[in-house]
Design a protein around this ligand. Structure first.
Ligand code: GCW
Length: 716
């Protein structure tokens, strides 16, 4: 009797444990078994894996292929030394594999990091070859091959040739040594500095796997608002331990350099970049770093911006500062990524103009191993910004793109906002500097100006949360960033589709509607937060929720009122010739477009112009009516997203289904809050009635103004 009870209890317990916890930890590398009947070519083309270990990175490729193929095929794929039958997978470099060396694969086309995946014959057996010039290239190819299976792509007659269009593809972690992540919405930092170097959390390996799966080859471990302590021996030892894990996956470690470190750590009286003692200090420090981390990538530096120390403290230029560091990194093969996100302490005429004003005179003055890292827009990672005027304006200085993956201004972790369309829009923007087709993508990948160094950085959205990114759908933004860094000409829809299939399901009844939801999600945020070119309406400091009324902060350009400038007559920031003149920073052709109210795209109208409330829009409606309708539409799209997601119940696992559903409910509530607060405020200024049939804000303006969020996450 007792035994029977025990058995019943055990059975009940076993039933309560799902086959595999679907908490999002596996990211897009889930490798759940494919339905053999629906995808017969998997069994036909993948029968054995030809082992090709040897180096740690090739061993990692082998492990990943084994894990992926075993999981996806639902049975163990045997590991053999050479193809014994049709359906072998051979991977490696010409050095690691005689079979690959014997084939004509034109590896010259793929450069040091690219790869070829080809269906061919080896020893008379039908084989799929994954080949590259480097071990990391093989690993990238292995992940690509797994992706084909994960997305149920054809596996026969493959001839894939891929090479990255940028060299430096890095995540920027704004992680502090105390574990707090600036603008982080996924919990504490994944770097457990306190337990490093002896405890290597298995997460570090999974992080590196995920990065490598999309071609990310660098990780800046520390916040750009830097702490010199990260350069002390104790912390270098910890960073070296992380580098040891990441190296296997082709990910190099970088650190942020606090410009005043020679004073804070070295006891010097100055950090003047032209001072010989300062230069000697940095040389010794960099040599020391390379003793810990022989393949250290280099430094990312935020200087003379938002209170950070920098060369201007000594009347030196950004180039003086960057070149000092570049000189000591160069012998080791390191680089400097010097950020252009600067705005000076004097109250500016227009903050959007400052980076251009400070950096363009320095074009051609930076050392060869310096990249200037430029945010996609001139203000600050807003839901929509025009492309940064620096792109196209520094032909002699490699500019790298900086995107923000963490959604500081796009709803934190709870709003479902797929950033692929934002990345794509920025990269496809035409600077017109060398005629039509001079896109930002072609500047970033070096094609337009012949940059030797190229790169893309993404401010990471990764934290210690079990699902890594704070929400299931935010994982897509990490994924998409990697794919765009590899190919700045990539297509955001195709990327979203791959991600959905890998992360959730290949069921067309799921993929189609959820893809549509993802693709519309960014525009919805623009609509319910900052439509028609509005920007920086977020509440003070934490940037969570609306604060368009805020106008009392000590610096003019910290206030939303500075950006929208609404008055009885109209709304918007005049940046044409009669205003701040910021449009003149673009190429003459682009400037002609942006300076003329009639030629400015409507989705950027209020970025470039102060426009009367009664201005007629292309729809025939007044600006005021149009603004209100955009706000309202944004909320409607989110309501529709909830409905679409609800219809997916049963097509995805219950755990992730429920979390997404709950977050969408939060998003809907907050979208409505944004809409109502902004309409209530702008109506108090425009003094115009709402268009017919449009609901009035739920609460009076004072209610929205009274809300306070002292503990909103991520605040610097
Ligand atoms: O967007 C702003 C953020 C700051 C950040 C800064 C920057 C790291 O609000 O938190 O600081 O940009 O990019 O340097």
């Amino acid at each position: 009797m007792k035994h029977r009870l025990l058995l019943v209890c055990l059975a009940a317990f076993a039933l309560s444990i799902p086959a595999a916890a679907e908490d999002g930890y596996d990211l897009w590398l889930r490798y759940r078994a494919a339905d053999a009947a629906a995808y017969p070519e998997l069994a036909a083309t993948v029968r054995e894996l030809v082992g090709g270990g040897g180096t740690p990175t090739l061993a990692a490729a082998e492990r990943e292929l084994s894990r992926g193929l075993n999981g996806l095929g639902g049975a163990d794929v045997p590991l053999v030394a050479a193809p014994t039958r049709d359906g072998a997978i051979v991977f490696g470099t010409p050095r690691s594999s005689a079979a690959i060396a014997a084939l004509t694969l034109d590896l010259g086309r793929v450069g040091p990091e690219g790869y070829v995946i080809r269906s061919t014959a080896v020893n008379g057996r039908a084989t799929t070859v994954i080949a590259a010039n480097s071990d990391a290239g093989v690993l990238y190819g292995a992940f690509h091959f797994l992706r084909l299976i994960q997305t149920r792509a054809p596996l026969r007659a493959l001839d894939i040739v891929s090479r990255p269009r940028t060299k430096i593809r890095v995540l920027n972690h704004w992680d502090n040594l105390d574990g707090h992540v600036e603008r982080g919405y996924a919990g504490q930092s994944i770097w457990d500095w306190h337990k490093l170097p002896l405890w290597l959390d298995p997460r570090y390996t999974d992080y590196a796997r995920a990065c490598a799966s999309v071609g990310i080859n660098g990780s800046v471990l520390t916040n750009v608002n830097a702490n010199a302590t990260s350069l002390t021996p104790a912390y270098l030892e910890k960073a070296a331990a992380l580098a040891g894990v990441m190296r296997t996956y082709g990910v190099r470690v970088y650190l942020t350099a606090r410009f005043s470190a020679p004073m804070e750590l070295g006891g010097l009286k100055t950090a003047d970049p032209l001072d010989p003692a300062v230069r000697t200090w940095w040389k010794a420090k960099v040599d020391e770093i390379y003793r810990y981390i022989p393949d250290f990538g280099g430094f990312l530096v935020k200087a003379n911006s938002e209170g950070q120390p920098g060369p201007q403290d000594y009347k030196r230029t950004h180039a003086d500062g960057a070149n000092m560091l570049a000189e000591v990194l160069a012998p080791h093969g390191g680089i400097v990524m010097w950020r252009a996100f600067v705005y000076s302490n004097e109250t500016p005429t227009d903050r959007a103009k400052q980076a251009y004003d400070e950096f363009v005179p320095l074009d051609g003055k930076f050392a060869d191993n310096v990249l200037v890292q430029v945010k996609n827009g001139a203000i600050d990672f807003q839901p929509r910004e025009p492309f940064h005027p620096l792109f196209g304006a520094m032909p002699k200085t490699p500019l790298m793109m900086e995107f923000q993956i963490t959604k500081e201004y796009l709803g934190f972790a709870t709003h479902l906002t797929y950033l692929g369309p934002l990345f794509e829009e920025a990269l496809e923007s035409d600077t017109l500097v060398k005629g039509k087709g001079s896109t930002v993508a072609k500047i970033v990948d070096g094609e337009l100006h012949g940059y030797k160094l190229t790169g893309m950085a993404g401010v990471a959205n990764i934290g210690a949360d079990r699902n890594w990114s704070g929400s299931q759908f935010d994982q897509a933004n990490w994924y998409a960033f990697g794919r765009f860094a590899w190919d700045p000409g990539a297509d955001s829809r195709a990327i979203a589709q791959d991600w959905l299939r890998m992360t959730f399901s290949n069921d067309a009844r799921f993929v189609q509607p959820v893809l549509a939801m993802m693709m519309g999600s960014r525009e919805a945020v623009v609509d319910y937060m900052t439509p028609l070119g509005l920007h920086h309406l977020m509440d003070t400091g934490h940037h969570y929720g609306p604060g368009p009324w805020v106008g009392n902060l000590s610096r003019a350009d910290w206030n939303p009122t500075y950006y929208h400038r609404s008055d009885a007559n109209g709304i918007g920031f005049e940046r044409g010739p009669k205003g701040s003149g910021a449009t003149s920073q673009y190429s003459p052709q682009a400037a002609a477009r942006f300076s003329d109210l009639k030629k400015t795209p409507e989705n950027l109208l209020l970025w470039f112009h102060h426009v009367p409330w009664d201005h007629r829009m292309s729809s025939g409606r007044t600006l005021w009516d149009e603004l209100v309708l955009h706000y309202t539409h944004g909320v409607e799209v989110v309501s529709q997203m909830r409905v679409s997601w609800a219809a997916q119940q049963g097509r995805v696992d219950a755990e992730r289904f429920a979390q997404v559903a709950a977050f969408l409910a939060i998003q809907e509530q907050e979208a409505r809050w944004w809409r109502d607060a902004c309409i209530a405020y702008f109506q108090s200024i425009s003094r115009r009635p709402l268009p017919a049939g449009v609901a009035a804000p739920a609460q009076p303006l004072e209610y929205y103004q009274s809300l306070k969020f002292p503990y909103a996450p991520g605040h610097g």
